[in-house]
Write a protein that binds this ligand. Structure first.
Ligand code: CA
Length: 402
């Protein structure tokens, strides 16, 4: 693999430095699709609860790459097991794993009619600058990188290191999101996890001595989900965004002229799937600008919802069994429940053993050299894996209760 004449570093509060030695990594960072990630924040609606969490998807992607690079350089078993080509593919896949994310991911996925993983594969395989960089090295490289992300690469180690229950993506976002939001739940001992990581029987495993570190990691993830990612006020903001796009769709089906007022959503409203070029133009600033245009809309619903988003005038929430009551109150006060009473359901299972082919599991290397699935050797994880926490709420504007 071609090296840079001079090694580059990027300062980062989580990892100290992000180290870049390979020309392909540097060229990918400089592609326009990767640079778009500067303009998409990692946390979207969570900012309504933790306003300091302003970090971009670009820094998270660089962080996931840095962890993959460290896995290769610091974990002897990984360095000795993977071929030079697989090492490159692993680092590239870590760097690009989020490249298909839209702004305000959770709300946008409901209207993009396909998931961010599909856009990630579509951008990696091209046409795109990313695909050009990869094809310049090898005609089949884009497809090989995409296969790691969709778990079809012939070497399962690569997918395990990028996306499983203990992977470069999660390790970075837990550390990064907790640092930037200012909460302490996401603190995990990355150095120790890397120091005790091994490869055994074609599986990534951690040594028995590291079991408490892994328990702490599972707890950190569990707490981050309920305290940060699924915070009701963050979901309330997502609900507002969904209602905005429901209203926009409804207005468009009544009169297509609406596209002239919101040209940034032309493709979103008229096509099943965005092209890479259309995806490239979608970022946080595009959306925020559209909301300020909507605030001035003659349509009272669109204008009201956009004002709520801009001014953080969030919906209140109640348990989901009050939905009928709220729909009635809503109608009495002259609000259309289609946009003003919205149900949202979230669930989170802290650790799920034995799903699918088991490649997603966390495995522990015992002192006698055998390997065990984590919940068989950790009482803490065993009890956590029985938790299946569900949370269903209904969101509504407080004005309908006055
Ligand atoms: Ca990610």
């Amino acid at each position: 693999m071609e090296k840079l004449a001079e090694k580059r570093v990027i300062r980062d509060p989580i990892h100290g430095y992000i180290h870049i030695e390979d020309k392909v990594i540097w060229d990918l960072i400089n592609s326009k699709e990767f640079q778009r990630l500067r303009r998409v924040r990692q946390l979207g609606s969570t900012l309504m609860v933790f306003p300091s969490g302003e970090h971009s998807r670009m820094m998270h992607s660089l962080g996931a790459y840095e962890i993959a690079r460290r896995m290769i350089n610091e974990v002897d078993d990984i360095r000795n097991t993977l071929t030079e080509r697989e090492k490159m593919v692993l680092m590239v896949a870590a760097l690009l794993h989020d490249i298909g994310h839209a702004p305000f991911s959770h709300s946008f996925e409901s209207i993009l009619s396909c998931k961010h993983e599909l856009y990630t594969a579509q951008i990696i395989t091209g046409p795109s600058e990313v695909a050009n960089v990869l094809r310049n090295i090898d005609e089949n490289l884009p497809e090989e990188v995409a296969s790691v992300i969709d778990h079809t690469h012939p070497n399962p180690i690569l997918s395990q290191l990028i996306s499983s229950q203990l992977d470069a993506d999660r390790l970075d976002y837990l550390l990064r999101d907790s640092y930037f939001t200012g909460v302490s739940y996401g603190q995990i001992d990355l150095d120790r996890i890397l120091r005790t990581m091994r490869v055994k029987n074609n599986k990534v495993v951690v040594k028995r001595s590291s079991i408490y570190t892994v328990e702490n990691y599972i707890m950190a993830r569990y707490h981050m989900y309920w305290q940060v990612y699924y915070h009701p006020n963050s979901r309330s903001y997502d609900t507002l965004l969904k209602s905005i796009f429901t209203r926009l769709r409804d207005l468009y089906s009544e009169n297509e002229d609406i596209l002239e007022q919101y040209p940034m959503y032309r493709e979103l409203l008229t096509k099943k799937r965005l092209s890479n070029e259309e995806m490239y133009l979608l970022d946080d600033s595009t959306c925020m600008y559209s909301f300020s245009l909507m605030r001035r809309s003659k349509d009272p619903v669109l204008s009201d919802l956009a004002g709520r988003v801009l001014n953080r005038n969030l919906f209140e929430y109640m348990s989901a069994d009050r939905e009928e009551y709220l729909i009635n109150e809503c109608k009495k006060k002259g609000y259309d429940p289609r946009y003003y009473v919205v149900k949202d359901h979230q669930k989170q299972i802290p650790y799920l053993p034995y799903t699918g082919d088991g490649s997603d599991n966390i495995y522990v290397l015992m002192d006698n050299g055998t390997i065990e699935e984590l919940s068989n050797v950790s009482q803490v994880v065993k009890s956590l894996s029985t938790i299946n926490e569900q949370d269903e709420r209904v969101f509504y504007p407080k004005e309908i209760e006055l």
